[in-house]
Design a protein around this ligand. Structure first.
Ligand code: HEM
Ligand SMILES: *[C@@H]1O[C@H](CO)[C@@H](O)[C@H](O)[C@H]1NC(C)=O
Length: 232
């Protein structure tokens, strides 16, 4: 029969401690909350909770590597699955991209798509789209995007937008308790008419998907509403 001696207990504790240590170091290195979130050394999909130190808004953040935008999403914590609620989306895109798209339902077709591109020195256009096939998606008027902020510099363009109509759609919607699949698409080619949300654009050069719960995307409802209030 196995008896717990002091030595046994100590080696058990050491084993637990060392296995925790190696587990932590095997996890993809989560970046800090500053501009290091665009670390050039990173080339794999990472999802984590990101809190903006200035606004205190926390998001579910997805990043893949330097050629793909960082996508951040947030929802009011009171939101129920498959109901109407506003959703926040921030896209921080490398300057090399002509457009970046985000799919709220995890694929190209039959779910709301956000397609964003830079427009002018510090502006961006966010276009609401829907596609029934794998061709240029149509304008989707059941979802509306309002811009919280947009900016552009020599390395990146960024837009943060709030959507009304992206949480629920024909035959689908976001789950606030279970796992959701999201997807993205990007192209290096600039859109034909940057100032026109109905612009046409060329097919993506890269696409990806990820599945996550919205647990890390939940913002206290009052803070969420205050944050998106001035969006136009
Ligand atoms: C001119 C516009 C577009 C064209 C012609 C187009 C065409 C296609 C085609 C042919 C495929 C299947 C082949 C492949 O995997 O490459 C595909 C897949 C995909 N597209 Fe697009 N696409 C366009 C815009 C978009 C946009 C704006 C988004 C997202 C916002 C998007 C997201 C996806 C995703 C996630 C897939 C893989 C999953 C799936 O097939 O549903 N596409 N697209
Ligand atoms: C450029 O913009 C991105 C996105 O807003 C930001 O993360 C980055 O710090 C900016 N770079 C400089 C040099 O200001």
């Amino acid at each position: 029969m196995y008896t717990l001696t002091l030595t046994n207990i100590i080696s058990l504790l050491l084993l637990l401690l060392s296995s925790q240590g190696s587990h932590a170091s095997a996890t993809p290195n989560p970046e800090g909350s500053s501009s290091s979130s665009l670390d050039l050394s990173k080339r794999q999909a990472i999802t984590r909770k990101y809190c903006n130190p200035t606004t205190s808004i926390c998001y579910l953040e997805y990043s893949w590597g330097p050629t793909v935008p960082v996508f951040r999403i947030a929802v009011p914590d009171s939101a129920a699955s498959n109901s109407n609620f506003d959703t926040l989306l921030q896209i921080i895109a490398p300057a090399s991209l002509g457009w970046a798209g985000f799919s709220w339902g995890g694929g190209m077709t039959l779910n709301p798509l956000a397609v964003a591109w830079p427009n002018g020195n510090n502006g961006a256009t966010v276009s609401s789209r829907w596609s029934t096939g794998r061709t240029l998606p149509s304008v989707y008027s059941s979802a509306k995007y309002r811009t919280v902020s947009a900016s552009r510099n020599s390395t990146h363009w960024m837009v943060e937008t709030v959507c009304s109509g992206c949480s629920k759609w024909n035959n689908g919607g976001l789950s606030t308790t279970g796992v959701n699949t999201f997807a993205w698409a990007v192209s290096q080619t600039a859109v034909s008419q940057p100032g026109n949300s109905g612009s046409s654009f060329a097919i993506h050069s890269n696409i990806g998907m990820f599945s996550e719960s919205l647990d890390q995307a939940k913002v206290p409802r009052a803070a969420f509403e205050a944050y998106v209030k001035g969006a136009k």
